[in-house]
Design a protein around this ligand. Structure first.
Ligand code: GSH
Length: 278
């Protein structure tokens, strides 16, 4: 075989293909320097145990909130997958950090002030923690801070749970119950109306800056078609939605879920895990 044949050139062992001695020494120096830098670097840190922020994650709206923050703020993190369709949320190790058997959850090995790793569940609490730790996406002034937390709580107590019920009765329920569908579609429309009126007055949910309140709401507006909502009816929500969708960090945040393609139909096994009320 010819030495230019790509399949054999790597394993040929021909001395004429080896780099000259000087070049080999240079390669060695570069490799050692890379190793030394990697040992301390926050992302490639090779020392064990590795201090990191771990996100317990499966690609759903509540988890996208957290990747939105982490990508916007440029915080290094690792993902631990919690396959909620197979029941990972009931594993004893996961329940120790998230006793409500729901993800997302985080474990931060480097909390401010040091000490034990800090674990948290509930996406709203996680967003507030990260915003306070990194000093981003939560205004420091009294009014701005509480406007943001107010809309964050609105999402956690209203938008999320109601739209979740909309998904349940519209998409997942094996039996189509008109009363339940109508109830949650109407409530969804009411909440979209509230959001639309708020966004008519300012660029983002809690003011003119992008905050954790927007990060909490946006992933729940992504599936608007499945909620039977038409964004043309809510022009301010549509403008806001398109603005956030166009942010490079939003693309990076959602790419973490690219490994998973949700099935078009929910299987009985998935139904038992998710709706078996364990
Ligand atoms: N209020 C919680 C809700 C979390 C939640 O419902 N997570 C869902 C996925 S979006 C889950 O883990 N479901 C697993 C199950 O239902 O067993 C939060 O915002 O973090």
């Amino acid at each position: 075989m010819s030495p230019v044949d790509g399949r054999c050139s790597v394993v040929s062992g021909h001395s004429d293909l080896r780099p000259a001695r000087g070049l080999r020494q240079l390669q060695l120096v570069v490799a050692v320097a890379f190793l030394i830098v990697s040992l301390e670097h926050p992302v490639t840190n090779l020392r064990q145990p590795r201090k990191m922020l771990t996100l317990h994650y499966w690609p759903t709206p509540n988890a996208h909130k957290i990747t939105l923050f982490l990508e916007e703020a440029g915080v290094p993190f690792r993902i631990e997958r919690v396959d909620i369709t197979k029941g990972d949320q009931f594993e004893p190790a996961f329940l120790k950090i998230a006793p409500n058997n729901r993800m997302p959850a985080i474990v931060d090995d480097e909390p401010v002030g040091g000490g034990e790793s800090l674990s948290l569940f509930e996406s709203g609490a996680i967003l507030q923690y990260l915003a306070e730790k990194h000093g981003q996406f939560l205004p420091a002034d009294l009014r701005g801070r509480h406007a943001t937390l107010q809309w964050l709580f609105w999402q956690m107590a209203g938008l999320g749970p109601m739209l979740g019920q909309n998904h349940h009765f519209n998409v997942y329920a094996p039996e189509k119950i008109p009363y339940a569908i109508e109830r949650y579609v109407k409530e969804t429309a009411r909440l979209y109306g509230v959001l639309d009126r708020q966004l008519a007055m300012q660029d983002f949910v809690a003011g003119n800056d992008y905050t954790i309140a927007d990060m909490a709401c946006y992933p729940w507006i992504v599936p608007h078609k499945r909620q039977q909502m038409d964004l043309d009816t809510y022009p301010n929500v549509k403008r806001w939605f398109e603005t956030i969708r166009a942010r490079p960090a939003t693309t990076r945040a959602y790419a973490h879920g690219d490994f998973y393609t949700p099935p078009t139909q929910m299987t009985d096994a998935m139904r038992r895990v998710l709706f078996g009320a364990r």
